[in-house]
Design a protein. Sequence first.
Length: 283
Amino acid sequence: MKLHSFFTFRTVKFINGRQLDQNPNNRESPSPVTRAVFNWRFPGISTRLFCKESTHKAAIRWIFNCKLSFKIHDYLSGLGPYQFRIECLRAGLARSFNNLSSHNPLVAARSTYFLSNSRHFILHECFKSNYWTSFKTANQLKKVTWKTHMNREFIRCHQSSSQSSAMIGYYLPTIDNSRASPMFHLSSSQFYLTLKWRTNRCLPYRYCTCSALINRSHIVCVLASTPAYNAILSSSRFKTKLTYMLSLPNARHFNPLDHLLNIGDHLTFLDLFYRLKTALDAS
Ligand SMILES: [Zn+2]
């Protein structure tokens, strides 16, 4: 439940678009998860619950010490997008409720509430979650841990986001305990240089030695004579990843530098990047 610390919620009641309860002392204060479930149950009818996505973005900006947060930051941090985190919370709630003892009063209350037509009864919604349902299905086919399954959901979420963002597509996270990018182990200067590359903000408006504008797909002029660059370019591992990238709608400019970051070879990445920068500075 560490995720709770990143979220704050505020309840504001509306009827016909008019805010009714403006006195903070009169506001209800259910738990964040209860509010989230209520929000799913009654989206935008008479009660609107504002889950502060801005708090999530503020946390991301703090982690990366930047003024703007991008989607790629969600994945580099290992947190995942805001909606993914909410779904994880809901899945955790559903898992807890479904593992209650049959003698627990909430289990008995669930069947009673389920019979009610009142839209204010949300208890049975607390037993539901798409992630929880998919976990049960996966577990029936082959035993998996809860943590492994949630990591798979994270990867699925990443693959889905890759369809609309090349930056996210170029980043291929590995399933490990932290999910966060290994770039967090770099020194501060190396970290920010790597982050700039990941967010496509390296070498803006610079020109190649051939006078073409430098971009992700145009680094070969400078690095073609570098053995390390050619070794990556001809490796079967890189070719496999490149084939995958070409299958994405807009990730055609995947290059050896991206690949080096994905496999965690930061030293070679930095070496090639500084060679590139030095050549451009001298031209
Ligand atoms: Zn060139």
